[in-house]
Design a protein around this ligand. Structure first.
Ligand SMILES: *Cc1c(COP(=O)(O)O)cnc(C)c1O
Length: 234
């Protein structure tokens, strides 16, 4: 069921409270955690409503859908690309997103580097980690992360800001993978690799964001918990 504006407002309030509570419980400042509105399949009016209530950080999954909606978004929106990105589509988003969170291969990173060089900008990226080693998901394996970050960091026109993950559902496996991601994130950050500026661990979605916050997430990506269940799978 698509949520009305009043529902969205309620959801935002609840999500903020939950993030706040989880942060305080684990000795963190709630200000260190950003809440992203994940917009796939959601009409721009609803997205703009969430933005008007302070959720100006938007997560986009599909290039085509984003291109159709972006003209209509409020001007102060900050857009991150979070979906699987094909190299030949980078050119459509390179000048209109602040960050690409879903860099799942060095080759994609090289192509982003080329495209951002062309327009003279530096693109912030996150390395996507397939922490559960699932067939169906893209991303670097935990063992590959350090080397991948090193190689991406050497590319001009790119700044590696941290890691992103979509772990197996916490309902099934508990916090195992959140814990693992926190360790990988902290280890990699501690290396202070030149060309990186590790301040972002993007993990946690509608079903498990509070748990993710307990394990160091700095950015939770919320779709259905904010806008209501999607009518069709994406
Ligand atoms: C859809 C999606 C989300 C949000 O999922 P919900 O369960 O609806 O909150 C977060 N991250 C990515 C990469 C997604 O594709």
């Amino acid at each position: 069921m698509e949520a009305g504006f009043a529902d969205i407002e309620e959801n935002i309030k609840r999500i903020r409270e939950n993030v706040c509570e989880a942060a305080l419980k684990s000795g963190r400042s709630p200000d260190d955690i950003r809440i992203m509105a994940v917009t796939k399949t959601v009409p721009f009016e609803r997205v703009n409503f969430a933005a008007s209530r302070g959720l100006t950080l938007l997560g986009e999954n599909r290039v085509q859908e984003f291109l159709q909606k972006k003209e209509h978004y409020v001007k102060n929106a900050e857009v991150h690309f979070i979906g699987h990105l094909q190299s030949n589509k980078i050119k459509y988003i390179i000048d209109s997103v602040e960050m690409i969170e879903s860099v799942d291969s060095v080759k994609l990173g090289e192509e982003i580097s080329r495209k951002s060089g062309k327009i003279g900008r530096t693109m912030d990226i996150l390395c996507e980690v397939n922490v559960g080693g699932e067939e169906s998901k893209s991303g670097f394996s935990p063992e590959e992360v350090t080397e991948a970050v090193g190689r991406l960091a050497e590319l001009p026109g790119i700044r590696v800001r941290g890691l992103m993950t979509i772990p197996p559902p916490a309902a099934e496996v508990g916090s195992l993978y959140f814990e693992k991601m926190q360790r990988i994130f902290e280890d990699t950050a501690a290396r202070k690799i030149p060309g990186t500026d590790f301040d972002t661990l993007s993990m946690g979605m509608s079903a498990d964001y509070a748990e993710a916050v307990r394990f160091g997430s700095t950015l939770v990506r919320i779709g259905s918990g904010l806008f209501g269940a999607r009518n069709y799978p994406v």
